[in-house]
Design a protein around this ligand. Structure first.
Ligand SMILES: *Cc1c(COP(=O)(O)O)cnc(C)c1O
Length: 415
């Protein structure tokens, strides 16, 4: 690292970002205290780490995991399972748990995450069992200048509006994500118009980036993936839902079957990883955030535009950088890949991914397949060639990867 030609720049940048790093560490400390208290309150013990087989009745470890999640998120109940295959599946359970024929789902933060289009039925095969197949209607209120369109939301809420969806993270868009304070405002606003509306927050990438979660801001249901923030890099798979008991029960009935709900589900040896990962999650999210701030500052210094800027406050772990050319985007992703602990010898190339308009390039060298709490980078091959990076289990790894990215660009005469 010291022989990197960017080594002295790195020293300078680390000095520059010190106040931001300190703020992150203060948040980590508060979130660590919150999680630790939840573990202690639940009296987590060694025997909770072993888990059941078969039906999985009375799996005390599973029950403890859900209690720890519920306490941490200040929610009545939680459903945290390895049987939830991804974030999309977790959101799907929330939607199908709540919505019934003739109900309407209203997204107020613009179009939802790509993978939800097939769940909702705006894309995909009729007959696959989307919300649309079941007679649930959908509408999303586009953002106006990247802001919530309050007037349009007011116009759009009617007697059939059962559920309101909020996406905390901008996902892969060049705009700020929504803070918990902003989510609180949204919840108040829609509940003033229709008090019985159920508010769901897609919390993917947001957990532990602030000291409050959307459940504390009045959301009825909050959902995410265990191979992102709350898994702390150790959960091998899974998803979570936290919120009001009645809603969690309905989502559990959707995951298993009515009459079974949350009572069954063998954990197959995942309890310890899920618990230890959740304990580590505040710290690991802090590492990813520090890495993102460092990356943002380094890229800005070499003249590239970033979102968020290094000094801006954050509510998710995604860092975007406008690379400006196809060659730079490819160099960026290939360098991140070559700096990975796993599959560093693999060279990613752009490819036509199903569901995407343009070819996409992706770098991921993770211990858990597809885990984006581990350092990963990607971007669509399209002007203005924005590279997205997220995760990083250790701040040090992110620093090495960013140095590698800058060196690769320099070698290829792209800087
Ligand atoms: C990751 C993510 C999801 C779910 O994606 P999966 O790949 O299915 O886990 C949903 N919404 C947002 C904003 C995400 O970042």
């Amino acid at each position: 690292m010291n022989d990197s030609e960017f080594a002295s720049l790195a020293v300078e940048i680390k000095h520059q970002i010190e106040p931001v790093i300190k703020r992150i560490e203060e948040n980590v400390l508060r979130n660590q205290a919150k999680v630790l208290a939840a573990f202690q309150e639940a009296k987590v013990s060694d025997y909770h780490f072993s888990s059941s087989t078969g039906y999985g009745y009375n799996d005390r470890g599973r029950e403890i995991i859900e209690q720890v999640y519920a306490t941490t998120f200040r929610a009545e109940a939680a459903l945290v399972r390895p049987h939830i295959v991804s974030g999309t599946h977790a959101i799907c359970l929330g939607l199908f748990g709540v919505l019934r024929p003739e109900d309407e789902l209203l997204y107020i933060t613009g179009a939802p995450y790509d993978t939800l289009e097939e769940v909702i039925g705006v894309r995909g095969n009729a007959g696959d069992g989307s919300l649309r197949d079941f007679g649930v209607t959908f509408h999303s209120v586009p953002l106006r200048n990247n802001k919530i369109d309050w007037d349009e939301i007011r116009r759009r809420i009617h007697s059939k509006t059962k559920m309101v969806g909020i996406q905390r993270s901008s996902g892969y868009a060049w705009r700020p994500s929504f803070t918990v304070a902003e989510i609180r405002q949204m919840v108040r606003f829609v509940k003033e118009i229709k008090p019985d509306v159920i508010v769901m927050v897609d919390n993917c990438y947001g957990e532990f980036t602030e000291t409050e979660e959307p459940t504390e801001a009045g959301a009825d249901l909050v959902v995410g993936s265990l191979i992102k923030n709350p898994g702390g890099g150790l959960a091998p798979t899974g998803g979570y839902l936290v919120g009001r008991s009645e809603i969690i029960h309905r989502a559990a009935c959707r995951l298993t079957a009515p009459g079974i709900g949350a009572e069954q589900g063998a954990m197959l040896g995942t309890n310890r990883g899920i618990l230890q990962g959740f304990f580590l999650a505040p710290h690991v999210v802090g590492e990813a955030l520090k890495g993102a701030v460092y990356a943002s500052a380094m890229f800005e210094r070499v003249g590239l535009e970033t979102s968020p800027r290094w000094e801006e406050s954050r509510t998710d772990i995604i860092q975007a950088v406008r690379l400006g050319s196809k060659e730079r985007l490819i160099a960026f992703c290939q360098a991140i890949q070559s700096a990975a602990p796993v599959d560093s010898h693999v060279k990613p190339e752009p490819w036509d991914m199903p569901g995407y308009e343009d070819p996409v390039i992706m770098a991921a060298g993770a211990f858990v397949q597809g885990a984006s709490i581990e350092l990963s980078a990607d971007g669509p091959i399209r002007d203005p060639y924005i590279g997205f990076m997220q995760g990083g289990i250790t701040y040090e790894h992110v620093q090495l990867a960013i140095l590698s990215a800058l060196e690769t660009m320099k070698e290829r005469k792209l800087l």
